[in-house]
Design a protein around this ligand. Structure first.
Ligand code: ATP
Ligand code: MG
Length: 655
């Protein structure tokens, strides 16, 4: 990556502060700063003490062995992840507690207690064994959001197989690439998934992906939708038939803490997918600890992480973190606005969900459709809210706080990545004063800094590169089969530190403010502007629901800003709007950040995890090849951008 100048200009300044509500603090697991102080004095001691809360088959010899860029946590220790997430709770009053409360899009409900989940996992572990899966083998999982997806993951972990979950929206080509990269002989899928009332033909996509390839020898098909699918003799088997004849119990394999637990390919916002490899022991310690303290998990909570399990957020905070804590999780199969935009709020009310963890893109979509939908429901069961995935613009933060949280629930804005495995920067809800738009401070035992390209810390309120300066337990072990790329991508930009690729600043209280990806920083007349700040300013206008800002070449300024905005439902387009929005940005952050062009559109190109794919817009705007777009949510959005570009060339007013 070419990093051309030391710092990024910081234009936005948000001053509001939200203290921890007394009623929340009173019952919170963490109420003051002692956890941080202890962890700061002795980070390894802190993580070791947290690790003691898990069940170890053999205790570790050494907490951390650090040979830059490779970290080994809990060296010599042996444990099994499924045993920690299941068996351990069977020996406690949690035995008959709900582990997973599931709702299908058409409305069916299933709940699995810890004991029932344990039974299913044992059987499926034996199914995998019966097909020849051994410890260290890779199993690809391409499933809809049904309980059998976490069951398959936990079954892999039980026998020491490495799972590679592929989000159910990916194409045949994406599956093919990932199966080949992982060299995976077994694939688990379903006949179809259900979304917005439609069937998503997963098995058909798998057949397409595997045609002409010999790598996958066994395909296990879970019957979700009950449709007819071709079953290839010798290769394809039904889940229910195999499970019916499988042995009931399967001993958990004693894995080394340093054995890999899973591979997860990154969503590819920035190019060719990378197989991010995570460990067994360090990962579990990291996600169990962060789940407990950040979400303040108690036995009577019902925790809903809305992420698809195909993303790391689903791995860490729907499956492994909460289950390691014996928590009850809620899981939903379908679209947020199906059949009505109040689906989520009605499920929260009916199930009395207490903690909601979602993404800014979802929050902005709900803001767009209007307050009347959440207002129809009693959301008073909620006590804590969280966000992840992108910087949350203060406007969306406030809406979330007020409209969903009733002004009562703390918000944890959690910064982390597929690579980090666990949340690294976040408030702890019972002790951290929050500021809308800031992920606040590092989790206890984690060290981060904002630096320039030489690795020198930048002054307060100057933007720079976010780096992590010490290893942390859930950090990626490597890129699967590519340690060289691992070293190059993450450990060579600012030597000795983990390079996140994100821009950030810290404020006078030491709070972190994420400014988006470094690739999204634009140089306008010598000012380095983070597009996220301009987007945030646009979204703070009452008519705007969503905005994407990119740079385009400019003869004088070097680059100029171009903005694409999506309006709130019911707002009419007008020829004055563009001027109005330019004035609004000037007032919010200054003349330097005013986009030259503002286009109104119905959708912006996004990844399937809901993030704006600025790389695609940038390429289109500057007339380059748009590259790999298999991770795009909706190819139609690319056509939209092309259409705007034609409009610009034709010099027609577009807003
Ligand atoms: P790829 O790495 O394949 O391009 P991706 O970075 O979108 O895809 P993830 O690992 O899911 O894949 O996302 C991590 C990124 O999301 C972070 O690097 C950061 O840019 C952004 N992010 C996540 N949480 C936050 C947050 N709370 N605040 C600001 N940004 C966040
Ligand atoms: Mg990334």
């Amino acid at each position: 990556m070419v990093v051309s100048s030391a710092t990024i200009d910081n234009l936005l300044r948000e001053r509001e502060q939200y203290p921890v509500p007394d009623v929340f603090r009173e019952h919170a697991l963490v109420r003051d700063d002692r956890l941080w102080e202890g962890a700061e004095r002795d980070p390894e001691g802190f993580w070791a003490a947290e690790a003691e809360k898990l069940h170890w088959i053999k205790h570790w010899d050494k907490v951390l062995e650090w040979n830059l860029p490779f970290a080994k946590w809990f060296v010599g220790g042996r444990l099994n992840v499924s045993e920690n997430c299941l068996d351990r709770h069977l020996r406690s009053p949690r035995r008959n507690k709900v582990a997973i409360q599931w709702e299908g899009e058409p409305g069916e409900r299933r709940s699995l207690t810890y004991h029932q989940l344990w039974r299913e996992v044992n059987r499926f572990a034996n199914v995998l064994k019966g097909l020849g899966v051994r410890r260290g083998d890779r199993v690809t999982i391409y499933m809809p959001m049904v309980p059998e997806l976490p069951i398959a993951m936990l079954a892999c972990s039980r026998i020491g197989a490495i799972h590679s979950v592929i989000f159910g929206g990916f194409s045949a080509q994406s599956i093919k690439d990932r199966v080949e990269d992982a060299d995976s002989h077994v694939l688990v899928t379903a006949d179809a998934g259900i979304r917005r009332g439609n069937l998503i033909p997963l098995k058909q996509t798998v057949d397409e992906a595997l045609s002409g390839s010999e790598i996958v020898q066994h395909v296990i098909v879970y019957r979700r939708a009950g449709i007819d699918v071709p079953m290839y003799p010798g290769r394809d088997r039904w889940w229910h038939e195999l499970a019916a004849v499988a042995d009931r119990t399967c001993d958990p394999e004693p894995m080394l803490a340093t054995d890999p637990l899973f591979i997860l390919y990154t969503s590819g916002t920035t190019g060719r997918p990378k197989g991010i490899q995570h460990s067994t022991g360090g990962y579990l310690v990291g996600v169990a600890t962060t789940s407990r303290y950040i979400f303040d998990l108690k036995d009577d909570d019902l925790f809903w992480c809305t992420a698809d399990i195909g993303w790391v957020t689903g791995h860490s905070y729907l499956v492994y973190g909460p289950l390691a804590n014996g928590a009850s999780v809620f899981m939903y199969e379908g679209a947020p606005d199906w059949p009505q935009p109040d689906r989520w709020w009605s499920m929260i009310e009916e199930n009395q969900i207490t903690i909601l963890y979602t993404a800014p893109t979802a929050i902005r979509a709900f803001m767009r459709s209007g307050e009347e939908f959440p207002k129809r429901h009693d959301l008073s069961s909620l006590r804590l809210l969280g966000t992840v995935g992108e910087p949350i613009n203060p406007e969306a933060w406030r809406w979330y706080h007020r409209t969903i949280g009733g002004g009562r629930c703390p918000i944890v804005d959690t910064w982390w990545q597929t690579e980090t495995g666990m949340i690294l920067i976040t408030p702890l809800p019972g002790s951290t004063m929050t500021k809308p738009g800031s992920a606040t401070r590092t989790f206890p035992g984690v060290s981060a800094e904002v630096v320039d390209e030489h690795g020198r810390p930048v002054p307060v309120n100057k933007g720079g590169y976010l780096v992590i300066t010490k290893p942390w337990p859930a950090m990626l072990q490597t890129i699967f089969k590519d340690p060289g790329r691992y070293n190059e991508v993450y450990w060579s930009k600012v030597p000795g530190t983990y390079f996140t690729g994100d821009g950030a600043r810290t404020d006078e209280d030491g709070y972190f403010w994420l400014m988006g990806r470094i690739d999204d920083v634009i140089n306008v007349a010598g000012h380095r502007i983070g597009t996220m700040e301009v987007e945030s300013a646009l979204v703070s206008h009452p008519k705007v629901a969503e905005a994407a800002v990119v740079g385009k070449p400019h003869p004088i300024k070097g680059q100029a800003l171009v903005a694409y905005v999506v309006l709130k439902t019911g707002v009419a387009r007008s020829s004055e709007l563009s001027k109005e929005l330019q004035r609004h940005v000037r007032a919010a952050i200054g003349a330097i950040a005013v986009p030259d062009d503002i286009f109104v559109t119905d959708k912006v190109p996004k990844t399937r995890s809901g993030k704006i794919m600025r790389r695609v817009i940038r390429a289109l705007v500057s007339g380059q090849d748009i590259g790999d777009t298999t991770t795009l949510e909706d190819a139609g959005a690319v056509e939209e951008v092309r259409r705007w570009l034609k409009e610009v060339e034709g010099d027609r007013p577009s807003a």
